[in-house]
Write a protein that binds this ligand. Structure first.
Ligand code: C2E
Ligand code: MG
Ligand code: MG
Ligand code: MG
Length: 282
């Protein structure tokens, strides 16, 4: 037995773990050069008002294309960028680029109410973060309410008071705040009621099986009702079927986002979609 324990201790660093950490180091090095080498782009996914069927806003989603490593998923590189501090310049670029794009669309006459941008807890915890947001908004020439910042429940984890103070400051400037992946995090309901957020994004893990899982239907319905009681809007993430959409409409969910309406797409493609939508209404 002792022998087995000993062997387990020595084999703690497995070949798979070694390969993973080699990959992480490789990505970390590549990330340090990615901005200057212009390897990032943003894709945009439409957010649809369920009642009217109109595109009200888009979510900006970061894409990284490396010449040798290929396309790397944000789910893989964002945590590495957070660990090595690169998320700060990258996140700032995302904010600036997303707002520049929204303003360019507006100048073409393509109306979009909001641009939603994902935020890392690392960015959010920077003492100067609200000032940075104000500065980038001013550069863009857009009103503050054109920007929606998506926070995850994790931002309030270590220091809820500081997090709420930052949220209040952003909110007082007119920036919209939403909670991403709602239902998967650790925020308590007593915290939630103090967050100045206007929208909950219902996590796609609850939406995926809505068509055949009664528990997920109960959870989604409860989230929508709670949001209504708190005066918040709701958007369902990962909507892929008409069945899911029908249920969400019946429950009074405000908006939907997912492959059913459109995948995240390059700016030119979203532009064509918006131009078509505007044309067909005229
Ligand atoms: P998220 O913010 O929750 O974004 C939603 C993710 O679900 C996106 O994955 C999107 O492509 C995907 N998705 C959308 N509709 C559907 C659907 O109908 N079905 C399925 N199966 N998936 C759908 P993506 O683009 O790979 O991004 C993953 C995560 O990476 C994001 O989750 C977000 O947490 C993070 N992320 C992306 N861009 C940024 C960024 O600029 N900054 C930060 N900090 N995080 C980012
Ligand atoms: Mg998001
Ligand atoms: Mg999400
Ligand atoms: Mg997320």
């Amino acid at each position: 037995r002792a022998k087995l324990d000993g062997r387990n201790t020595y084999s703690f660093f497995t070949p798979e773990m070694r390969a993973q950490s080699v990959r992480a180091l490789q990505l970390e090095n590549a990330l340090r050069r990615a901005l200057e080498r212009e390897q990032f782009t943003l894709h945009y996914q439409p957010q649809i008002c369920i009642a009217t069927g109109q595109i009200t806003g888009v979510e900006a989603l970061l894409r990284w294309q490396h010449p040798e490593l290929g396309a790397i998923s944000p789910a893989e590189f964002i945590p590495i960028a957070e660990d090595c501090g690169q998320i700060l310049p990258i996140g700032e670029w995302v904010l600036r680029e997303a707002l520049r794009q929204l303003q360019a669309w507006r100048k073409m006459g393509l109306m979009l109410e909001t641009m939603a941008v994902n935020l890392s807890a690392v960015q959010f915890r920077q003492p100067q973060f609200p000032q940075l947001v104000t500065r980038i908004l001013q550069e863009s020439g857009l009103p503050a309410h054109a920007l929606e910042l998506e926070l995850t429940e994790g931002v309030a984890m270590d220091d809820p008071r500081a997090a709420i103070a930052t949220m209040d400051e952003l909110h007082s400037h007119g920036v919209l705040l939403s909670i991403d992946d709602f239902g998967t995090g650790y925020s308590s309901l007593s915290q939630l009621k103090r967050f100045p957020v206007y929208k909950l994004k219902i996590d796609q893990s609850f939406v995926r099986d809505l068509d055949d899982d009664a528990n997920d239907r109960a959870i989604v319905s409860a989230i929508i009702r709670m949001a209504q009681a708190l005066g918040m809007q709701t958007i369902a993430e990962g909507v892929e079927t008409s069945g899911q959409l029908a249920f969400l409409r019946e429950q009074g969910c405000t908006e939907a986002q997912g492959y059913y309406y459109g995948r995240p797409m390059p700016a030119t493609q979203l532009q064509a979609l918006l131009a078509g939508a505007t044309g067909s209404r005229a």
